[in-house]
Design a binder for this molecule. Sequence first.
Ligand SMILES: O=C(O)CCC(=O)C(=O)O
Ligand SMILES: [Fe+2]
Length: 193
Amino acid sequence: MTQAIEKYVEESRKVLDGLLQDLAESLSLDKNAFLQHFEPEQSEIKVRVNYYPPCPRPDLAIGLMPHSDASGLTLLLEFGATGGLQVHKGSDWVTLKWPNDNTLLVNIGDLLEIMSNGVLKSMWHQVRTQLDVERFSLAYFYNPPPRSAIGPVVRGGSLEEITYKKVVVEDYVSNFYKISPTTSKEAIMYARP
Ligand SMILES: O=C(O)CCC(=O)C(=O)O
Ligand SMILES: [Fe+2]
């Protein structure tokens, strides 16, 4: 089990590093503009297994409260069953359909929203419980080193208006958990000038 998780962490990291490069390029930034903050030896990876047991009253019990992730990127895998994960779109909660157990879902986290100066938005999401349905998910949180400072990555004037300021990753994360749960993306206000 430990070996399988270690292998998963290692392989997933390559996928996420590639995605960080693609995202930077899609914003006309240097391809390593985000990735350079995720130092291989010190960047932080946390893996959490979520278990949602069947629930006789899904109308009364939530699986995971609405939140954004205090991460750079989050890689999600679900197994056992589909359904449950909802994203907030407009004023509605939309249930995500996972095509199959081999599908990976990538979430933008608050730290990447800050680094992209708000161009990439972290997702507000929640997990509903389901009647007679047992579900597991694996959430992989990929962060820059806890003691590093991150802020908007500005290159060649492509991101002109600075909306966010520099924050130390571990300070951001500790404030995030101190004020959670919140009813909106309040934690990210910590990174507003
Ligand atoms: O269970 C899921 O699909 C999502 C889990 C999640 O949002 C989290 O662990 O932060
Ligand atoms: Fe999440």
